[in-house]
Design a protein around this ligand. Structure first.
Ligand code: LMR
Length: 393
């Protein structure tokens, strides 16, 4: 049986952690996988999560199955987190999933059932796992222009033009906030134009919302999806708690569907649950229950929001500090875009060979397309890093 297989290539992002761990150099820097780290380089359990886990431990009396959609309190909480306390949820469905990737795959399979001939349009570039997930669901993909490497900004006109090639009923995958890997995001006025185009051309928005709270703020990061929800008849959102609750390994995310009416979204939701049933039967409970406890308790909720805000502000300061250091070291404004970007990542605009040199000569690890994790930067090593970057240019 297995002799028919050839070895799979290492995952371009996750394998960086393996290489980093094996590197004996004490001065090494990990700017690879998208995991938040504090100033000491640790990915700590958030205080509110720790407290919620204690309460869960004290109150949980059984480990029996929760149900196909996971924790219903969690699902309600996530809907409010994304759409606000007073949102009209009558046309919405949410179910807990095994992480944001579980949500992406669930939506992909659902779309394949709903519209087998739809093409999914991806931004160029996009997260390295998007295309493989869609391919696994047998959905054809195409790309639309997005990032202008020279300026570090979104090529908005080219993006709108490119999207015009999509046929009615096609799916447009958009990053709700904090574009991964570029950190370049649409402004709200641009989202308005995208929404108009989606409606005019009958295109279906599929939103990846993996970094809510890491960009401009917990509420601000949802302004685009909230705007879209007032304009488009239908939409699917894959959200993740990996980053904003720092529960990466526990795999907590959600599928959110917006339907034309209550009945149609109920039907779509029932199909989504049969997708997850065959993928993994039901999502893991533990951290989703902890998230639910946080979202339902005013004091814990406030603590979590404050801690998340500290993380966001720290990343913003690091962006500014790194852009300043690069300005000094390179004697140019070439890297100023880093301070304007939002979220966990930006791309330095280096070649793969230059990224390899950073790793080999300095022990600096980043993805081959020169995407670096802002949270991996160290306040007291920005100048040193900037110097290394400039030395490989
Ligand atoms: C990343 O982009 O680094 C994260 O989303 C981790 C992953 O699974 O790729």
């Amino acid at each position: 049986m297995f002799e028919t297989l050839t070895a799979a290539p290492p995952d371009k992002i996750l394998n960086l952690s393996v290489l980093y761990k094996a590197d004996p150099r004490p001065e090494k820097m990990d700017l690879g996988v998208g995991v938040y780290k504090d100033a000491s380089g640790a990915t700590v359990i958030m205080k509110a999560v720790r407290e919620a886990e204690k309460r869960l431990y004290d109150s949980q009396s059984t480990k029996t199955y929760v149900g196909m959609g996971g924790d219903e309190g969690f699902n309600k909480g996530i809907l409010k987190m994304v759409f606000g306390d007073n949102a009209d949820l009558s046309r919405m469905f949410a179910c807990q999933t095994a992480g944001g990737s579980g949500a992406l795959r669930t939506i992909a399979d659902l779309l394949k059932r709903a519209k087998p001939d739809a093409t999914v349009w991806l931004s160029d570039p996009t997260w390295a796992n998007h295309a493989p997930i869609l391919k696994a669901a047998n959905l054809p993909t195409a790309t639309y222009p997005y990032f202008d490497a020279a300026s570090g900004a979104v090529k908005f006109d080219a993006m709108l033009e490119g999207l015009k090639a999509a046929k009615p009923g096609d799916v447009i995958l958009l990053h709700g906030c904090c574009h991964n890997p570029t950190g370049a995001n649409l402004r709200l006025a641009q989202w308005e134009k995208v929404a108009a185009l989606l409606v005019e051309r009958n295109l279906f928005p599929f939103i990846d919302l993996a970094y809510q709270g890491f960009g401009d703020g917990l509420e601000e990061d949802c302004a685009p999806v909230r705007l879209l929800a007032t304009k488009v008849p239908e939409m699917a959102i894959a959200t993740s708690c990996s980053k904003n609750f720092s529960v990466y390994r526990d795999r907590v995310g959600a599928v959110i569907l917006l339907g034309k009416d209550a009945e149609s979204v109920k039907i779509a939701g029932s199909q989504a649950l049969t997708v997850t049933r065959v993928l993994y039967s039901m999502p893991p409970d533990h951290a989703a229950a902890a998230v639910r406890i946080i979202l339902e308790d005013d004091a814990l909720h406030a603590n979590w929001k404050a801690e998340l805000e500290d993380m966001r502000l720290r990343m913003l300061n690091l962006r500014k500090g790194f852009a300043d250091a690069l300005r000094r070291q390179s004697n140019s404004d070439r890297f100023d875009f880093i301070a304007d970007h939002r979220g966990m990542f930006s791309r330095l605009g280096l070649t793969e060979a230059q990224v390899d040199r950073l790793r080999d000569e300095y022990g600096i690890y980043m993805v081959g397309d020169s995407r670096f994790n802002v949270a991996g930067l160290k306040e007291d090593r920005l100048e040193e890093l900037a110097k290394a970057v400039v030395s490989v240019l």
